[in-house]
Design a protein around this ligand. Structure first.
Ligand code: V47
Length: 371
């Protein structure tokens, strides 16, 4: 049996070196293989949510070389939003249909420990029904380093303040050699995994990202995926939303305004292969998100033929990818998202943050019209 067949049958029986050889297949073969896992679960459905990203501050005590959002070096426009302002923006978006607030900020040394919990409690008090997806593993590690609280205590406090799930940011590439070069001083790969694992054991869901297309090699990506696979909770818990990773989010590195000084992005083929391979290796993570803000809407839609089943959401105001050159600054309108998904031949399904279906759009014909 060849590597692809063996990986499809039982990923655990294939070594990391052999899994890297999946890249040697042509994209059509990989796309077909990834679809053989995607289609039985979701058919032609493509998921998206109505959400709002809020980044409370860009003042950061860490110095990740890939980051153009942080005001610590290249970006001269430092800002800090007040709790009132964040709640105001959240309520406005909720009233306009956002079901989720994705709240992720820089590691701002000016905030107290209590500030975070005051913020999340205030959001939940104002809009109890909103799903609060906030504070990735790197931010929890920052709280631990700055205030000396254990991961367990910080996570319990976050849950008490109303955080429903954790986003997948800060994972970057787990390999310590690569981390040293791109985000020295930030959470280690091992501790990122530990934090998410504790959260999962508390019965909570999170996502996991992978920043790719910079100085890492294919084998670092495979290693990253295998480490996620290894800590995923058992299927029954994940299916019941009682702890585990909901979605894997491969983030394409954006090249502008940062200190990595990498000019070239990976080819479309390399990106699609990475997504298809993720679908195969991470067969125990239910969703693969082709994050349109990082891939662009067009490639994110093509990725749906290569194992992805989700686009992320309407976002409203994107600040991290766009600071580094992506065209996603203003989010995307819900109707345009629906039209684009339908035009690509898929069934648009609005989901909530835990992937419960909210609304299925029955559009039998393409609705997109070029003007
Ligand atoms: O961790 C920073 C990345 C992430 C760049 O969980 C960059 O559903 C590309 O985590 N090029 C934050 N990426 C965003 C994030 C996220 C986004 C959408 C959905 C979810 C989810 C999570 O942004 C950081 C970092 O890896 N990032 N700089 C850059 N130049």
């Amino acid at each position: 049996m060849d590597v692809l067949d063996r990986a499809l049958k039982d990923v655990n029986s294939v070594s990391a070196d052999e899994l890297e050889k999946l890249y040697d297949y042509d994209i059509f073969t990989l796309g077909e293989a990834a679809s053989s896992l995607r289609v039985p679960k979701y058919g032609k459905k493509v998921f998206f949510n109505t959400n709002r990203h809020i980044n409370p501050s860009n003042i950061c005590s860490d110095v990740c070389k890939f980051c153009a959002f942080s005001a610590s070096r290249k970006n001269p426009n430092a800002y800090e939003m007040s709790i009132d302002e964040i709640v105001y923006q959240g309520v406005k978006s909720f009233n306009n249909g956002a079901l989720e607030l994705h709240v992720v900020g820089a590691h701002n040394p000016n905030h107290s420990y209590e500030w975070y919990f005051d913020l999340f409690s205030a959001i939940k008090k104002a809009i109890p029904k909103v799903h609060l997806k906030a504070m990735g593993g790197a931010e929890v590690d920052f709280l631990h380093r700055k205030f000396g609280v254990s991961y367990e205590k910080a996570l319990e406090d976050l849950a008490k303040a109303g955080v429903d799930s954790m986003p997948g940011g800060g994972a970057e590439i787990f390999d310590s050699g690569i981390r040293k070069k791109i985000c020295h001083g930030k959470v280690s790969g091992e501790n990122w995994l530990k934090i998410h694992n504790i959260w999962h054991k508390m019965g909570k869901m999170s996502n996991a990202t992978m920043l790719f297309g910079h100085i890492e090699s294919r084998n670092h990506r495979i290693d990253h995926m295998l480490r996620l696979r290894a800590i995923q909770q058992d299927e029954a818990r994940v299916e019941a939303k009682e702890g585990g990773f909901n979605a894997f989010v491969p983030l394409l590195y954006q090249t502008h305004n940062n200190f990595l000084n990498i000019k070239a992005s990976p080819s479309g083929q390399e990106i699609l292969k990475t997504i298809a391979i993720a679908r195969i290796i991470l067969s125990n993570i239910p969703h693969i998100k082709a994050y349109w803000a990082s891939l662009g809407l067009n490639l994110a839609l093509v990725a749906q033929e290569f194992g992805a089943d989700d686009m992320d959401g309407t976002i409203e105001k994107e600040s991290i990818q766009s600071a580094a050159g992506a065209k996603s600054k203003q989010g995307v309108d819900e109707l345009e998202m629906v039209a684009q998904i339908a035009d690509a031949g898929f069934i648009p399904v609005q989901r909530d943050s835990l992937y419960n279906e909210v609304k299925t759009y029955q559009t039998s014909k393409p609705t997109f019209k070029a003007s």
